[in-house]
Design a protein around this ligand. Structure first.
Ligand code: ADP
Length: 258
């Protein structure tokens, strides 16, 4: 009899524990939903004023250049660069909520990926002391959204710059595959442990190493990049060794399925 009572007690305990777990899971889901709603609203609201600040700052910068006010126009140039950084952060937040809801829009067309690399590199290379080495092969056009896939290239370049020592070399390569193209960005930086390699594509994940604390970021770039590459029916992956450097590789097909 005692063992039967004990069994019933255990079953009751188990049922109670399962109910508590379900309740916790529900609460967690509600919290995550609230977080996403907050991010969506906050980033949307921030975008409008920042866009007009940028417009005005550009007008003022042009006028200062016209009036030959060298020092002032230099300050405005710096201001504009900071506004651009802010815009990238806000867009990342907006894209994150959109991609989580499947609402990120794409316009696919034949795209020369070497051109995308050159354009994105031009935007960035003046702002860093790194050496860039290009290993580009002749490529057929891939089916891509030029703006979005360019965002991936920019993210990988920015990370390579951020997470490797000044003046080190960053190698960008492109290769034609039988049915697609493959791009890679390789740095001689701090590298990423095997454990972290599995997590860096997660939303908001950043490696919590003391060294890394000094680098600004929200842990969204790789999440968004891998989502964008997946929407291209491609793959983004990393090869890396701590202390030696990292190589991010992605491929996209020439034609889209379906
Ligand atoms: P963020 O750079 O804003 O933190 P990302 O999603 O782009 O966000 O990257 C996530 C994390 O992956 C970074 O915080 C960093 O720890 C690591 N990481 C990304 N790229 C590199 C790289 N090239 N070398 C070393 N670590 C990297």
């Amino acid at each position: 009899i005692w063992s039967a009572i004990e069994r019933t007690q255990n079953e009751q305990d188990l049922r109670q524990t399962a109910a508590a777990l379900r309740e916790n899971e529900w609460q967690l889901k509600q919290l995550l939903k609230l977080r996403d709603e907050f991010i969506a609203i906050a980033s949307h609201e921030l975008k409008t004023p920042v866009t007009s600040i940028k417009t005005y700052a550009e007008i003022v910068q042009e006028r200062m250049i016209e009036k030959n006010l060298v020092e002032e126009s230099d300050i405005l140039k710096r201001l504009n660069a900071q506004i651009d950084r802010l815009t990238v952060l806000i867009n990342d937040l907006l894209d994150t909520t959109k991609t989580a809801e499947g609402k990120l829009s794409f316009q696919f067309g034949p795209t020369n990926m070497n051109e995308v690399i050159q354009e994105r590199l031009e935007e960035i290379r003046g702002a860093t002391s790194h050496t860039f080495c290009l290993e580009l092969s002749a490529l057929p056009d891939a089916m891509a959204d030029k703006e979005r896939i360019g965002q991936v290239v920019s993210n990988l370049l920015t990370n390579a710059i951020k997470y490797s020592p000044a003046k080190s070399t960053i190698t960008i390569s492109s290769t034609a595959l039988p049915n697609g193209v493959e791009l890679s960005v390789r740095d001689e930086g701090y590298g990423i442990s095997i454990e972290d390699q599995a997590k860096i594509f997660d939303r908001f994940y950043r490696v919590t190493d003391n060294k890394m604390d000094t680098f600004p970021g929200m842990g969204l770039g790789l999440y968004i990049s891998s989502q964008i590459v997946q929407r291209h029916q491609g793959m983004l992956r990393v090869e890396s060794e701590l202390g030696k450097g990292s190589k991010f590789v992605f491929s996209i097909p020439l034609k889209r399925e379906g």
